[in-house]
Design a protein. Structure first.
Length: 252
């Protein structure tokens, strides 16, 4: 199996590695061996582990999962020239990555936490000669979408990368609403999870507006509940969330 090298051992790294471990050999590089050992334990398989100041990236396929503000520190410690670097650093441009780390090719992508269950959506721009390799690698953790510009991946980051947090807020709030009206907490959580499971399948083939109209009878319960969401500016808040996250990605 091909070997993939992770630089960084945070939540995104472990999520991606969980999705890749059955198809690729995994090795991990970081600054603290205790953290690398914990990464291995959480991954559930034996992997090779290296301290970054002792590691040569020459010829390696790298998935870079450090915090964006750590890129300069990483650049001072790595040696060699990688085959390709797949970066999941939000807002960090290909030019900045190329200046920091020597590599024959640079690809940016933004998976999300669903990569651990093979359900991530991975938006990808970068060096075109690695387009097919990128699709093959990241199809192991979900679906892939090649985009034409880095602006588009920054916008997609605001939607897909940050999206699980937005949906988690909605999920929690809906369950809380049911509890407020008298439904037991465990029942509310079960109903909410069933809702998201079914909706996740329906939205793959139907436009959101059509789904809404299909359940909104005149003067019915859905119409009344929906009007409460509009009164609370939920639609505008979602649009603003994407704008703020995108602007933050540009700042990074």
């Amino acid at each position: 199996m091909q070997t993939v090298t992770f630089i960084g051992n945070g939540n995104m790294a472990i999520s991606i590695a969980q999705g890749l471990k059955d198809r690729y050999n995994i090795e991990i590089v970081g600054r603290n061996m205790d953290n690398l050992n914990l990464f291995e334990k959480n991954l559930g398989i034996k992997i090779d582990k290296y301290l970054i100041n002792e590691f040569d990236i020459s010829g390696k396929t790298i998935i870079l999962c450090v915090k964006p503000n750590n890129i300069e520190d990483i650049s001072r410690q790595v040696e060699g020239k990688a085959k390709v670097i797949y970066s999941v650093l939000a807002g960090t441009s290909i030019d900045k990555l190329r200046d920091a780390i020597d590599s024959y090719a640079i690809i940016r992508t933004m998976p999300n936490l669903a990569s651990s269950i093979g359900k991530s959506i991975n938006t990808i721009p970068g060096d075109i000669e690695f387009k097919e390799d990128a699709h093959i690698l990241f199809s192991a953790i979900g679906s892939t979408l090649w985009v034409d510009s880095q602006k588009e991946i920054d916008i997609a980051t605001a939607l897909a990368g940050s999206g699980p947090a937005y949906l988690a807020l909605i999920a929690e709030a809906l369950a809380d609403g049911a509890v407020k009206q008298g439904l037991k907490r465990e029942y509310a959580m079960s109903v909410m999870r069933g809702l998201f499971d079914g909706f996740g399948t329906l939205i793959q083939t139907q436009h959101p507006a059509l789904l809404k109209d299909a359940v909104m009878s005149p003067a019915g319960t859905t119409a009344y509940g929906y009007s409460a969401l509009e009164d609370g500016n939920v639609r505008a808040s979602c649009i603003d969330a994407i704008e703020r996250a995108y602007n933050r990605a540009k700042e990074l």
